[in-house]
Design a protein. Structure first.
Length: 109
């Protein structure tokens, strides 16, 4: 599958968003992604409106202090981003760490 990490590749690197990667996340039990912006040099940022990092999430946080921007995996917008490479949107899926975690904890700088 295009965008899928293969054995021997860095397991901490992000993979390109595709329809197949969305389905793989669903098959793994994820229901949402945390949508984060990043600059072209891959720094976490909320300025570049066409560059996104998506962090897989199984459940939305209940604590209001942990709420950010989430999208369901069945979102029409995510499907559009995954389907149209010419849209100008670059979206990457961050790897999930640990099978029992709800989502990967990341810090926005």
């Amino acid at each position: 599958m295009k965008g899928k990490r293969k054995g021997g590749e860095n397991p901490t690197s992000a993979s390109r968003l595709t329809k197949e990667s969305l389905q793989e996340l669903k098959d793994l039990g994820f229901r949402f992604v945390l949508v984060k912006g990043y600059a072209i040099d891959r720094r976490a940022d909320y300025i570049e409106l066409n560059h996104f990092t998506l962090v897989p999430v199984r459940e939305l946080p209940e604590d209001p202090n942990e709420k950010e921007i989430y999208a369901p995996l069945d979102s029409e917008i995510l499907l559009e981003w995954a389907s149209d490479a010419d849209s100008g949107v670059e979206a990457f899926i961050e790897p999930a760490i640990g099978a029992d975690r709800n989502h990967v904890q990341t810090k926005v700088i």
